[in-house]
Design a protein. Structure first.
Length: 278
Protein backbone atom coordinates (compact mmCIF):
# COMPACT_ATOMS: atom_id res chain seq x y z
CA UNK A 1 0.00 0.00 0.00
CA UNK A 2 1.21 3.49 -0.83
CA UNK A 3 1.73 5.87 2.08
CA UNK A 4 1.36 9.39 0.68
CA UNK A 5 -1.05 11.02 -1.74
CA UNK A 6 0.31 14.19 -3.36
CA UNK A 7 -2.69 16.09 -4.64
CA UNK A 8 -3.16 19.29 -6.59
CA UNK A 9 -6.00 21.26 -8.11
CA UNK A 10 -5.22 22.75 -11.53
CA UNK A 11 -6.99 25.70 -13.12
CA UNK A 12 -5.46 26.84 -16.44
CA UNK A 13 -1.88 26.25 -15.30
CA UNK A 14 -0.36 23.64 -17.61
CA UNK A 15 3.21 24.89 -17.15
CA UNK A 16 2.93 24.96 -13.37
CA UNK A 17 1.38 21.50 -13.26
CA UNK A 18 4.01 20.03 -15.56
CA UNK A 19 7.00 21.28 -13.62
CA UNK A 20 5.47 20.49 -10.23
CA UNK A 21 4.67 16.86 -10.97
CA UNK A 22 7.79 16.21 -13.02
CA UNK A 23 10.11 17.76 -10.45
CA UNK A 24 8.58 15.53 -7.79
CA UNK A 25 9.18 12.45 -9.94
CA UNK A 26 12.68 13.51 -11.01
CA UNK A 27 14.15 14.85 -7.77
CA UNK A 28 12.28 12.68 -5.24
CA UNK A 29 12.58 9.36 -7.05
CA UNK A 30 13.56 7.56 -3.84
CA UNK A 31 10.12 8.36 -2.38
CA UNK A 32 7.95 7.56 -5.40
CA UNK A 33 7.53 3.93 -4.31
CA UNK A 34 5.35 5.31 -1.47
CA UNK A 35 3.47 7.95 -3.48
CA UNK A 36 0.33 8.25 -5.57
CA UNK A 37 -0.99 11.40 -7.22
CA UNK A 38 -4.40 13.03 -7.35
CA UNK A 39 -5.05 15.71 -9.98
CA UNK A 40 -8.29 17.69 -10.14
CA UNK A 41 -8.64 19.68 -13.36
CA UNK A 42 -11.18 22.46 -12.80
CA UNK A 43 -11.17 23.89 -16.32
CA UNK A 44 -10.78 20.77 -18.48
CA UNK A 45 -12.29 22.31 -21.62
CA UNK A 46 -9.74 25.13 -21.89
CA UNK A 47 -6.57 24.89 -23.98
CA UNK A 48 -4.40 24.46 -20.90
CA UNK A 49 -6.88 22.13 -19.22
CA UNK A 50 -6.90 19.86 -22.27
CA UNK A 51 -3.10 19.73 -22.18
CA UNK A 52 -3.13 18.62 -18.53
CA UNK A 53 -5.60 15.84 -19.33
CA UNK A 54 -3.64 14.75 -22.42
CA UNK A 55 -0.43 14.50 -20.39
CA UNK A 56 -2.07 12.25 -17.80
CA UNK A 57 -3.83 10.07 -20.38
CA UNK A 58 -0.63 9.47 -22.34
CA UNK A 59 0.74 7.60 -19.33
CA UNK A 60 3.95 9.56 -18.81
CA UNK A 61 3.45 9.34 -15.05
CA UNK A 62 4.32 5.78 -14.03
CA UNK A 63 3.28 6.23 -10.41
CA UNK A 64 -0.43 5.69 -9.66
CA UNK A 65 -2.30 8.85 -10.67
CA UNK A 66 -6.00 9.51 -10.17
CA UNK A 67 -7.32 12.19 -12.49
CA UNK A 68 -10.67 14.00 -12.20
CA UNK A 69 -12.38 16.58 -14.40
CA UNK A 70 -14.65 18.91 -12.47
CA UNK A 71 -15.50 22.31 -13.94
CA UNK A 72 -18.18 22.78 -11.26
CA UNK A 73 -15.49 23.33 -8.64
CA UNK A 74 -14.08 26.81 -8.17
CA UNK A 75 -11.86 28.17 -5.44
CA UNK A 76 -9.02 27.15 -3.20
CA UNK A 77 -11.32 25.22 -0.84
CA UNK A 78 -11.73 22.72 -3.71
CA UNK A 79 -8.62 21.12 -2.20
CA UNK A 80 -10.84 19.25 0.27
CA UNK A 81 -11.75 16.94 -2.62
CA UNK A 82 -8.19 15.63 -2.66
CA UNK A 83 -8.84 13.99 0.70
CA UNK A 84 -12.00 12.38 -0.66
CA UNK A 85 -10.04 10.82 -3.52
CA UNK A 86 -6.90 9.84 -1.57
CA UNK A 87 -6.29 6.14 -0.90
CA UNK A 88 -3.34 6.57 1.45
CA UNK A 89 -3.01 7.33 5.18
CA UNK A 90 -1.04 10.55 4.57
CA UNK A 91 -1.95 13.41 2.22
CA UNK A 92 0.16 16.30 0.95
CA UNK A 93 -1.80 19.06 -0.78
CA UNK A 94 0.23 21.37 -2.96
CA UNK A 95 -0.48 24.21 -5.34
CA UNK A 96 0.24 23.20 -8.92
CA UNK A 97 3.17 25.63 -9.12
CA UNK A 98 5.35 24.54 -6.21
CA UNK A 99 8.79 22.92 -6.10
CA UNK A 100 9.96 20.91 -3.07
CA UNK A 101 13.50 20.90 -1.69
CA UNK A 102 15.81 17.86 -1.58
CA UNK A 103 14.65 14.99 0.67
CA UNK A 104 11.49 16.87 1.67
CA UNK A 105 9.07 14.13 0.61
CA UNK A 106 11.18 11.42 2.25
CA UNK A 107 11.38 13.45 5.47
CA UNK A 108 7.64 14.13 5.46
CA UNK A 109 6.80 10.45 5.16
CA UNK A 110 9.26 9.66 7.95
CA UNK A 111 7.69 12.33 10.15
CA UNK A 112 4.27 10.74 9.73
CA UNK A 113 5.65 7.20 10.17
CA UNK A 114 7.13 8.25 13.52
CA UNK A 115 3.79 9.69 14.65
CA UNK A 116 5.32 13.09 15.30
CA UNK A 117 2.42 14.91 13.60
CA UNK A 118 0.03 13.76 16.36
CA UNK A 119 -2.92 14.18 14.02
CA UNK A 120 -2.25 17.83 13.28
CA UNK A 121 -1.21 19.82 10.22
CA UNK A 122 2.35 19.59 8.91
CA UNK A 123 3.76 22.47 6.91
CA UNK A 124 7.20 23.72 6.01
CA UNK A 125 9.20 26.88 5.39
CA UNK A 126 8.51 28.87 2.24
CA UNK A 127 11.75 29.49 0.34
CA UNK A 128 11.99 32.70 -1.68
CA UNK A 129 13.35 33.06 -5.18
CA UNK A 130 16.89 33.87 -3.96
CA UNK A 131 16.91 30.36 -2.37
CA UNK A 132 18.21 31.94 0.84
CA UNK A 133 15.37 33.87 2.44
CA UNK A 134 12.55 31.91 4.09
CA UNK A 135 9.29 32.39 5.95
CA UNK A 136 8.56 29.75 8.56
CA UNK A 137 5.01 30.87 9.32
CA UNK A 138 2.38 33.58 9.14
CA UNK A 139 1.97 36.11 11.94
CA UNK A 140 -1.59 37.18 12.89
CA UNK A 141 -1.71 40.58 11.22
CA UNK A 142 -3.98 41.78 8.42
CA UNK A 143 -3.05 42.88 4.93
CA UNK A 144 -4.91 43.09 1.61
CA UNK A 145 -7.96 41.25 2.90
CA UNK A 146 -5.89 38.40 4.30
CA UNK A 147 -5.23 37.43 7.92
CA UNK A 148 -1.60 36.34 8.09
CA UNK A 149 1.64 37.98 6.97
CA UNK A 150 4.90 36.17 6.25
CA UNK A 151 7.28 35.89 9.21
CA UNK A 152 10.41 34.08 10.41
CA UNK A 153 11.00 32.07 13.60
CA UNK A 154 14.68 31.70 14.67
CA UNK A 155 13.93 28.20 15.96
CA UNK A 156 14.37 27.22 12.33
CA UNK A 157 18.13 27.24 12.97
CA UNK A 158 18.07 25.16 16.15
CA UNK A 159 15.13 22.74 15.94
CA UNK A 160 14.03 20.20 13.34
CA UNK A 161 10.35 21.02 13.85
CA UNK A 162 8.28 23.33 16.02
CA UNK A 163 4.73 24.56 16.49
CA UNK A 164 3.60 27.58 14.45
CA UNK A 165 0.38 29.64 14.49
CA UNK A 166 -0.22 29.37 10.73
CA UNK A 167 1.46 29.12 7.34
CA UNK A 168 0.54 29.72 3.73
CA UNK A 169 -1.48 26.88 2.26
CA UNK A 170 0.57 26.46 -0.90
CA UNK A 171 1.72 23.20 0.70
CA UNK A 172 0.23 21.42 3.71
CA UNK A 173 -0.12 17.84 4.88
CA UNK A 174 -2.04 15.76 7.38
CA UNK A 175 -3.43 12.29 7.86
CA UNK A 176 -6.44 11.51 5.72
CA UNK A 177 -8.45 10.47 8.75
CA UNK A 178 -7.63 13.68 10.65
CA UNK A 179 -8.64 16.13 7.91
CA UNK A 180 -11.11 18.69 9.30
CA UNK A 181 -12.00 20.39 6.01
CA UNK A 182 -12.72 23.91 4.86
CA UNK A 183 -16.07 25.63 5.33
CA UNK A 184 -18.55 24.10 2.87
CA UNK A 185 -19.38 27.52 1.40
CA UNK A 186 -15.86 28.87 1.00
CA UNK A 187 -15.61 30.06 -2.60
CA UNK A 188 -13.07 31.55 -4.98
CA UNK A 189 -9.93 32.79 -3.20
CA UNK A 190 -8.99 33.87 0.31
CA UNK A 191 -9.86 33.26 3.93
CA UNK A 192 -8.34 29.79 4.36
CA UNK A 193 -5.06 30.68 6.08
CA UNK A 194 -5.31 31.04 9.85
CA UNK A 195 -8.88 29.74 9.64
CA UNK A 196 -7.68 26.19 8.96
CA UNK A 197 -4.91 26.20 11.57
CA UNK A 198 -7.24 27.72 14.18
CA UNK A 199 -9.77 25.00 13.43
CA UNK A 200 -7.14 22.41 14.27
CA UNK A 201 -6.15 24.28 17.44
CA UNK A 202 -9.74 24.33 18.62
CA UNK A 203 -9.80 20.57 18.11
CA UNK A 204 -6.68 20.09 20.23
CA UNK A 205 -4.31 19.69 17.25
CA UNK A 206 -1.16 21.64 16.39
CA UNK A 207 0.31 22.99 13.18
CA UNK A 208 3.97 22.05 12.89
CA UNK A 209 6.71 23.59 10.78
CA UNK A 210 8.86 20.69 9.56
CA UNK A 211 12.10 22.36 8.53
CA UNK A 212 12.95 19.75 5.91
CA UNK A 213 9.65 20.32 4.06
CA UNK A 214 11.02 23.30 2.15
CA UNK A 215 8.95 24.60 -0.77
CA UNK A 216 9.19 27.30 -3.42
CA UNK A 217 6.03 28.91 -4.72
CA UNK A 218 5.73 30.63 -8.09
CA UNK A 219 3.93 33.88 -7.30
CA UNK A 220 4.57 35.84 -10.50
CA UNK A 221 2.26 35.38 -13.48
CA UNK A 222 3.01 37.56 -16.53
CA UNK A 223 -0.44 36.82 -17.97
CA UNK A 224 -2.18 37.50 -14.66
CA UNK A 225 -4.10 35.10 -12.43
CA UNK A 226 -6.64 33.20 -14.58
CA UNK A 227 -9.28 32.83 -11.87
CA UNK A 228 -11.32 35.58 -10.19
CA UNK A 229 -10.02 37.21 -7.00
CA UNK A 230 -12.33 39.80 -5.50
CA UNK A 231 -12.73 41.50 -2.14
CA UNK A 232 -16.32 40.39 -1.69
CA UNK A 233 -15.32 36.72 -1.75
CA UNK A 234 -12.36 37.37 0.54
CA UNK A 235 -14.61 39.14 3.02
CA UNK A 236 -17.31 36.49 2.95
CA UNK A 237 -14.79 33.68 3.37
CA UNK A 238 -13.22 35.46 6.35
CA UNK A 239 -16.64 36.03 7.91
CA UNK A 240 -17.63 32.40 7.41
CA UNK A 241 -14.45 31.22 9.07
CA UNK A 242 -14.79 33.58 12.02
CA UNK A 243 -18.42 32.62 12.59
CA UNK A 244 -17.68 28.89 12.37
CA UNK A 245 -14.89 29.25 14.92
CA UNK A 246 -17.02 31.46 17.17
CA UNK A 247 -14.70 34.44 16.85
CA UNK A 248 -15.91 38.06 16.81
CA UNK A 249 -16.19 39.40 13.26
CA UNK A 250 -15.44 42.98 14.29
CA UNK A 251 -11.77 42.78 13.28
CA UNK A 252 -12.71 41.48 9.82
CA UNK A 253 -15.10 44.39 9.25
CA UNK A 254 -12.60 46.93 10.55
CA UNK A 255 -9.83 45.67 8.29
CA UNK A 256 -11.96 45.76 5.15
CA UNK A 257 -13.05 49.29 6.01
CA UNK A 258 -9.37 50.29 5.77
CA UNK A 259 -9.38 48.92 2.21
CA UNK A 260 -12.09 51.40 1.23
CA UNK A 261 -15.23 49.29 1.60
CA UNK A 262 -18.11 51.18 3.18
CA UNK A 263 -19.81 49.98 6.33
CA UNK A 264 -23.06 49.72 4.37
CA UNK A 265 -21.49 47.48 1.73
CA UNK A 266 -19.85 45.26 4.35
CA UNK A 267 -23.10 44.98 6.28
CA UNK A 268 -24.81 43.80 3.08
CA UNK A 269 -22.12 41.18 2.46
CA UNK A 270 -22.37 40.03 6.06
CA UNK A 271 -26.13 39.58 5.76
CA UNK A 272 -25.58 37.64 2.52
CA UNK A 273 -23.32 35.20 4.38
CA UNK A 274 -25.87 34.67 7.12
CA UNK A 275 -28.62 33.98 4.57
CA UNK A 276 -26.45 31.76 2.35
CA UNK A 277 -25.27 29.65 5.29
CA UNK A 278 -28.69 29.10 6.91
Amino acid sequence: MKKLTIGMVVYDDWDGFYFTIQSLRLYHAESMKDVEFVVINTNPSSKQGKKVKEFVEKGFVKEPIHYYDDDNLMGTATRSKIFDYANTPYVLVTDCHVLFGPNSIKELIGFFDAGLDKGGLVQGPLVYDDLLSISTHLKPTWGSGMLGQWAYDPRYKTENYFEIPAQGLGAFACRKDSWLGFHKNHSKFGGEEYYLQEKYRQNGKKTTCLNSLRWIHRFGRPEGVPYPIDRESKFKNQIRGFLELDKPVFEVVEHFKTLGDSEEKLRGWLLDVIKEDE
